[in-house]
Write a protein that binds this ligand. Structure first.
Ligand SMILES: Cc1cc2nc3c(=O)[nH]c(=O)nc-3n(C[C@H](O)[C@H](O)[C@H](O)COP(=O)(O)O)c2cc1C
Length: 340
């Protein structure tokens, strides 16, 4: 029989073995996360006791000077990393922002006690390859019964809130604010230069940035009174004619804002984990989301959204959800490029 000391040694050895032999899988699963402009602002360091997630500020977008969107993106990758550890049959143990002297170190994830994957986790894992940001038309029809409540539970479980935006006044207010932000953003030369930097034509072999195949022809906000529609998407095309997806189609089935109580680095990482958790849950039911952060990149507009919609927290992401039967996923950089 093993002594407690042997048990510790065995489990430390087991941890090291799990991390070493599955490093590529862990990184690749985490890296399927959404990130602003598919910038993939993350790096991973695999040690014998933990895998570390680092942000990569060289990949921070200019519209995000404080790094909020970079950390939301890293939070989403962290959820993927946790799910990947779960899929190997272990509980992940997460130390968030573990070292104050290392501001780029987002989390240290180690391998905890063995525990089998549950049904919902299995469904989320299956959805990792086909989850995508949906910018083309949705398929008409309501969301599966109970899904929105399930997504709200996902957000709560990660320390965030998913506030549903009502079809009437709430949507009209949000659409008006988002349309004004889109007009300003799409005309700003610096913002346009950044979009050019992060979009890829159909001929491009790049493994980052938003590819033409994932872009919809830009359309003005749908502001028909009393009828919810599609919020204005960021103009990624900029008149270049590279977008491959049609615009329009049936309206999304739901609009929501992801909130956190606080608005600091740990909150942004929580928002990202909540985002990837609920996106994978939804994708497991073939429900996908359009994501909108253009209206949140300006502090005044962000505060206006909070105030006009009477939201009980800080907006971190605006989402529209709907059914879709297409699932074109975008490229990612290979794990070797992401490991330190
Ligand atoms: C913090 C954050 C901000 C984003 N902002 C937008 C946005 O304003 N407009 C948009 O169409 N997509 C947005 N996205 C989605 C990304 O463009 C998308 O995740 C990335 O291109 C990778 O594609 P995928 O989600 O299909 O895997 C955002 C994603 C994150 C995590």
């Amino acid at each position: 029989m093993s002594t407690p000391r042997d048990t510790v040694t065995d489990s430390a050895a087991e941890q090291a073995e799990v991390l070493a032999s599955h490093a590529q899988y862990l990184i690749a699963t985490a890296a399927r996360a959404p990130s602003v402009h598919n910038s993939q602002p993350w790096r991973f360091r695999v040690g014998s006791q933990a895998i570390e997630l680092w942000c990569d500020p060289r990949r921070k977008v200019r519209a995000d000077p404080v790094g909020r969107e970079m950390l939301v993106s890293c939070g989403a990758a962290l959820f993927g990393l946790r799910l990947a550890v779960r899929s190997l049959g272990y509980q992940p143990v997460v130390d968030l922002l573990p070292d104050r002297s290392q501001l780029r170190l987002m989390a240290r994830v180690s391998v905890g006690a063995p525990a089998p994957l549950n049904g919902l986790e299995r469904e989320m894992l299956t959805a990792v390859p086909h989850r995508h940001t949906h910018r083309g038309p949705f398929t008409p029809g309501p969301l599966p019964v109970g899904l929105l409540a399930g997504l709200q539970n996902d957000a709560l479980a990660e320390g965030a809130t998913l506030a549903l935006v009502g079809d009437g006044l709430g949507y009209a207010r949000l659409a008006r604010i988002a349309a004004a932000a889109a007009r300003r953003g799409d005309l700003d030369p610096r913002a346009r230069a950044e979009i050019r930097r992060w979009t890829r034509s159909a001929a491009s072999a790049a493994r980052d940035g938003v590819p033409a195949a994932a872009l919809a022809v830009s359309m003005p906000a749908q502001l028909r009174p009393g009828r919810p529609g599609r919020l204005p998407q960021r103009d990624f095309d900029l008149g270049r004619g590279i977008a491959r997806l049609p615009a329009g189609g049936p309206p999304p089935a739901a609009t929501a804002v992801l909130l956190t109580f606080g608005d600091r680095r740990a909150d942004w990482l929580r928002a990202g984990q909540a985002l990837q958790r609920l996106l994978l849950h939804a994708a497991g039911k073939w429900v996908f989301a359009s994501l909108y952060t253009q209206p949140l990149e300006n502090a005044v507009t962000r505060a206006l959204i909070r105030e006009q919609l009477a939201l009980p927290g800080n907006p971190q992401m605006v989402l529209q959800l709907g059914l879709a039967d297409s699932a074109a996923s975008t490229a990612r950089r290979p794990p070797d490029e992401l490991a330190n």
